[in-house]
Design a protein around this ligand. Structure first.
Ligand code: NI
Length: 161
């Protein structure tokens, strides 16, 4: 496995721990705090990561590996979230669900062949990409949302002064 790919997979392996650490001492008020009217709360970010892991991230890899150059449809994240059953969104549930989904993803990524990494798909927003390229997007997406939670925590702390 090439070094860049191994590094990206390590990033994916570390995300659950980072999320657990960032949310360990948060009250429900802090979890539901929005830094702006249009911004996501930390609880919503966790729910988004659970949904994305299964329906977007892993699904796209699976489709590229199993289908010939599939067209991968965009999804409306806000609409998804508005239809979400939020009755099971305790932070412990969300982290547990994310851990299960992430392990399933890592099991698939770990066993891809060189031919699999070179397989392609098309997305109306991103254009042409390979499984390898998708892994870069996936790891970057994790880091974007980890930073977003860090910023939410800082904004919440500032709002309490
Ligand atoms: Ni996202």
């Amino acid at each position: 496995m090439n070094a860049n790919r191994a590094q990206l997979i390590t990033t994916l392996e570390q995300t659950h721990g980072a999320l657990a650490e960032l949310t360990a001492s948060l009250s429900d008020e802090a979890l539901d705090f929005r830094p702006g009217a249009e911004e996501w709360s930390t609880r919503e970010i966790l729910a988004h990561l659970v949904d994305d892991e299964m329906f977007i991230m892993r699904m796209r890899v699976e489709r590229m590996v199993k289908e010939e150059h599939p067209t991968l449809a965009d999804n409306d994240e806000k609409k998804w979230h508005s239809h979400r059953n939020t009755s099971r969104d305790a932070v412990s549930d969300l982290l547990h669900d994310f851990a299960i989904q992430r392990v399933a993803s890592l099991n698939i990524l770990t066993f891809l062949s060189e031919e699999d990494w070179a397989r392609t798909g098309f997305h109306t927003g991103y254009g042409e990409f390979t499984v390898e390229k998708w892994l870069e997007h996936w790891a970057e997406h994790d880091l974007v949302h980890i930073r977003q939670i860090e910023q939410n925590n800082a904004a919440y702390t500032a709002s309490q002064r």
